[in-house]
Design a protein around this ligand. Structure first.
Ligand code: IMP
Ligand code: MG
Length: 177
């Protein structure tokens, strides 16, 4: 790729296998009550697409875009909604699909925000959780991988909007890392 992209953190084959596992679990857990999948843009778009295709239930889709103020590689916890949902969540089972949980501040905000819309349930499926950095207690029902606290790019994740289309997850070793 280029010199800013370092070692593989999670490869394509590992991603595929884990997503099949997560989807099978979700399919079993939500039998008879298909959830609305709420994807958190932009980072989760690729995970959402692959996960959804592996879930054998008539799920619905919606998306939110949020930005947490901060530097390119650190989140501040002050979250702004850039795009809100279109589907009414009242009495619905909601499954939030997140790319990565670092400090956990973005997700803590989202969970509070969604819970206020009177859904029947809200659970979270996060592809990646970084070890040891969560500043708030989070209730994550489905987690793909736990990784060391390095900055990663690829499979939807960016630095300054770059590298999202890499097919696996790689350590970012460039400026600002
Ligand atoms: P948190 O609020 O610190 O948990 O940060 C969560 C958000 O920051 C994620 O949804 C990502 O958009 C972004 N983020 C956190 N860590 C990384 C990373 O290693 N690579 C790319 N984006 C990240
Ligand atoms: Mg980002």
């Amino acid at each position: 790729m280029d010199d800013n992209v370092g070692r593989v953190i999670v490869g394509e084959d590992e991603l595929r296998a884990k997503i099949a596992e997560l989807a099978a679990q979700i399919t079993a857990d939500y039998a008879g009550r298909p959830p609305i999948l709420v994807g958190v843009l932009k980072g989760a778009f690729m995970f959402m697409a692959d996960l959804a295709r592996a879930i054998a239930l008539p799920v619905e889709f919606d998306f939110m875009a949020v930005s947490s103020y901060g530097s390119a590689t650190r989140s501040s916890g002050i979250v702004r909604i850039l795009k809100d949902l279109e589907i009414d969540l009242t009495d619905r089972d909601v499954l939030v699909v997140e790319d990565i949980v670092d400090s956990g501040l973005t997700l803590a905000y989202l969970q509070r925000n969604l819970a206020a819309r009177a859904p029947r349930s809200v659970e979270v499926c996060a592809l990646i959780v970084k070890e040891g950095l969560q500043r708030t207690e989070l209730d994550l029902k489905y987690v793909g991988f736990t990784i060391p606290p390095v900055f990663v790019v690829g499979y939807g994740l960016d630095v300054g909007e770059r590298y999202r289309n890499l097919p696996g997850l790689f350590e970012y070793v460039g400026p600002g890392a």
